[in-house]
Write a protein that binds this ligand. Structure first.
Ligand SMILES: Cc1ncc(COP(=O)(O)O)c(C=O)c1O
Length: 398
């Protein structure tokens, strides 16, 4: 008996591979600060739990494959508040953005088709593409440029007759880039010129800092039939465990085809949809406060990091991640060593080597991705741990 070539071709999560070492460190009594994952510590709004506590049905039924009416109406209201006008058939409720990305790929791509995307990128896109039999062609963006797009030619070079779509994450994980309106326009123009779909992952839409302005691809009229928006409540309302996301598409042919996939998995959790529908009642101040908090965390982490000798990074404008170049040759080795061999007053940090976010072999070997989902005091402490760890590491391995 053999397993499939498809599954064999997929990889285990780069983000999770160091968890056993972190668990062992914890068993030895070491406190581990998690800078490795995008799990916010922010409280999910109370409205979510109240709605679930008020659920009085005696049977947990399958719901409509499309999603419950109340949730779809609540999302229509939410999008209206950000100047995106939709009707109910434009929205499909999914098991998080993750299912939405897979549905989008399965709907528009044939086996052997290609998608283009800027690297570094969210590493789970790799397995999603492999599940759909799609090849990723990436074009580079650079830390020194804050991961903004380089130029049109660089992007065009990667487009072949098999390219079906571009997949864009804005604001970016792992880069923290927020594309300017000009960049969004450029991508839209390319999509139009080359007849491509644009799958756009905007799960971090609310997390944009300072004077930076967010431009949604949904605001671009010349591509309204090509944009497939992937969205989620996971980060916006710190509700990762609810597993509620959505696909938004104004192209009726495409959105109608999504239904074949959603009907095959029957429905999304009824209880979580009920909780999610109540989030429309959350005061707008919630998101304003959360955004301010992340901005302060970003500043603490960024200022701390650039004060460490040999460390370089650009200040991210959005999401809650930063790519950092470390004065080490192999970030994988350093990450493991932090968990197995180092502690500062019985504390250490867990980080994510960045190589897994690049498609090109050999890139990102001396880089890590850090998230700033933990509180400011812990972030300050984490910076100190990293500073001392790098000094120690240099003494041993240089
Ligand atoms: C860029 C990006 N897209 C999608 C997801 C998955 O979101 P969800 O929890 O809605 O499946 C994540 C999770 O970290 C992410 O960073």
């Amino acid at each position: 008996m053999n397993i499939s070539k498809r599954i064999d071709n997929m990889k285990f999560s780069e983000i999770r591979k160091f968890i056993p070492f972190a668990d062992e460190a914890k068993e030895r009594g070491i406190k581990v600060h998690h800078l490795n994952i995008g799990q916010p510590d922010i409280k999910t709004p109370e409205e979510f739990f109240h709605a679930i506590n008020n659920f009085k049905e005696k049977t947990l039924k399958y719901e409509n494959s499309h999603g419950i009416k109340e949730l779809i109406s609540s999302f229509i209201k939410y999008y209206k508040s950000i100047n995106i006008n939709l009707d109910k058939d434009d929205i499909l409720i999914t098991h998080g953005a993750s299912e939405g990305i897979l549905f989008a790929l399965l709907t528009i791509c044939d086996y052997g088709d290609e998608i283009i995307l800027p690297e570094p990128y969210y590493t789970n896109y790799n397995n999603m593409a492999k599940m759909a039999g799609v090849t990723i062609k990436s074009f580079r963006t650079y830390r020194e440029d804050g991961f903004h797009l380089k130029n049109k030619e660089d992007i065009l070079k990667n487009i072949t007759p098999r390219t079906k779509a571009m997949l864009i994450c804005n604001p970016g994980n792992p880069t923290g880039v927020v594309y300017t309106e000009e960049e969004v326009r450029l991508l839209c123009d390319i999509a139009k010129e080359k007849d491509l779909f644009i799958i756009v992952d905007e799960v971090y839409r609310e997390f944009v800092y300072g004077t930076e302005k967010f431009t949604s691809f949904m605001h671009m009229e010349n591509v309204s039939d090509r944009v497939i928006l992937v969205d989620s409540i996971s980060k916006r309302y710190s509700a990762c465990g609810a597993r509620i996301g959505m696909l938004v598409c104004r192209n009726k042919i495409v959105s109608n085809e999504f239904m074949k996939l959603s009907q095959t998995r029957l429905s999304v959790s009824s209880i979580d949809q009920i909780g999610a529908a109540s989030l429309i009642d959350v005061t707008p101040q919630y998101l304003i406060d959360v955004n301010k908090e992340y901005e302060k965390r970003r500043d603490v982490l960024y200022e701390g990091l650039i004060s460490i000798p040999g460390v370089s990074c650009e200040k991210p404008s959005g999401a809650f991640y930063i790519i950092v170049k470390l004065p080490v040759k192999n970030a994988d080795h350093f990450t493991k060593w932090l968990l197995t061999d180092f502690n500062l007053n019985n504390k250490t940090v867990m980080i994510t080597p960045a190589a897994g976010f690049y498609a090109t072999e050999g890139l990102g070997l001396d880089e890590v991705r850090l998230s700033y989902c933990i509180d400011r005091e812990d972030l300050k402490e984490s910076v100190e741990i990293l500073r001392r760890a790098l000094e120690e590491y240099k003494k041993i391995f240089d």
